[in-house]
Write a protein that binds this ligand. Sequence first.
Ligand code: PGA
Length: 255
Amino acid sequence: MNLKLRRPLVAGNWKMHGNRAEAERLVGALIARGAAAGTAEVVLCPPFVHLADVGRQLAGSRITLGAQDVCAEEPGAHTGEIAASMLADLGCRYVIVGHSERRALYGEGDALVARKFQAAQRHGLVPVLCVGETLAERERGATREVVLRQLDAVLSNAGADAFAAAVVAYEPVWAIGTGRTATPGQAQEVHALIRVRMAEKDARIAASLRVLYGGSVKADNAGLLFAMPDVDGGLIGGASLKAEEFTAICRAAEG
Ligand code: PGA
């Protein structure tokens, strides 16, 4: 029985991987393996160029489509950008905003991330807001301060009500793609912090908010992480590119 009363969610962030043939093979394998056959909600976030194809392939399956990023602006003269309305038009339901790779490699700050979050919601997309500290920040004891700053930047712009239709992902930067995952206890501590901050604004929304863990989640560590009371699933990078592994992670989220 899932005592959390929140439907677990497992999202695969393919990052910048895969050509069309590989995308098709992976999606086919996930459908065949019944990745979304259980109680957990399963989302795939392929690169923009594969969204239409993957969306068509997912039609009639229980797997949902998401994107990895979105422009904060409405359609217009923004060369190279993708508007939220375009993602919605392609059938996306979710979009990742504020991933640490966007923050670190593309200079996205809290204010821009907040605007992306709101742009997504204007078009009915559910933003998956990523927060998380670097190793240096953790080592100097700034985890709480960084995570709350990133969360508050969105809370103060969008308001607590906006989180009724949003997901938060705690992704410690030092655990992403490194094979070094947070311990279940470390994850739980920050997830609880996020939920307590939300509860200060709105207890009902805090209780229903799904907070995902991300950072080197694999089939063999997912179960213990997802068993933590405030961990409601995962945002999966590398392991989402392997059908068997990702399906096992989806199983582990079923609670
Ligand atoms: P990882 O990536 O699972 O490869 O560590 C997670 C993420 O960046 O979302």
